[in-house]
Design a binder for this molecule. Structure first.
Ligand code: SF4
Length: 177
């Protein structure tokens, strides 16, 4: 949520000696009620980004997925808090913008696809409402509490997207990688 105008994890945001605390829901996501925002579209973009699998060695040795979850399929490091989307100046002006978290997940899939498709992840990101829509404000990277660096991922995706286009134009190389 946003605390005194800044995105943060409510569970660890210190308010110090503040006598007045303003708590608001995340921006750029539809409000369900009070501080609750609709996260379904946000999670849906992760699906399309090809969500890289969590390495088996990183799972709790004897642990099991929660009831109703078939497998562990989440993107490492990203805790899916939505803070980057709230902090992003573009997400507020383009409802179809894929947003920093999904694009960071696409970069993760591209760079280490495991069972997913690197080319599909790049196609997902390389569109009108994807990596080219970013204004390079780096607000997402600044706000991310988990050091994912979404803006850096977007810049890396731009470089590989341009390289892929040049390869297609001049011939040679595989599409998407
Ligand atoms: S990239 Fe960072 S800010 Fe965005 S959802 Fe993931 S952990 Fe949260």
């Amino acid at each position: 949520m946003r605390v005194n105008g800044r995105e943060g994890l409510a569970c660890v945001t210190k308010i110090g000696d503040a006598t007045e605390v303003v708590v608001e829901p995340l921006a750029n996501l539809p409000i369900v009620s009070d501080l609750v925002v609709e996260m379904d579209p946000f999670y849906g973009d992760f699906e399309q980004a090809g969500r890289a699998l969590v390495r088996a060695s990183e799972a709790i040795p004897d642990g099991a997925p929660a009831e109703g979850v078939d497998v562990l399929t989440r993107y490492e490091d990203c805790i899916e808090c939505g803070i980057c989307v709230s902090a992003c100046p573009v997400a507020g002006s383009d409802a179809r913008y894929l947003g920093p978290a999904a694009l960071a997940a696409a970069w993760r899939t591209y760079s280490e696809p495991r069972q997913a498709s690197a080319a599909a992840a790049l196609r997902f990101a390389d569109g009108e409402h994807g990596i080219w829509r970013c204004h390079v404000a780096y607000e997402c990277t600044e706000a991310c509490p988990s050091n994912v660096d979404p803006a850096g991922s977007i810049m890396r995706l731009r470089r590989v997207a341009v390289a892929a286009r040049l390869r297609r134009f001049f011939g040679g190389g595989r599409d998407g990688r």
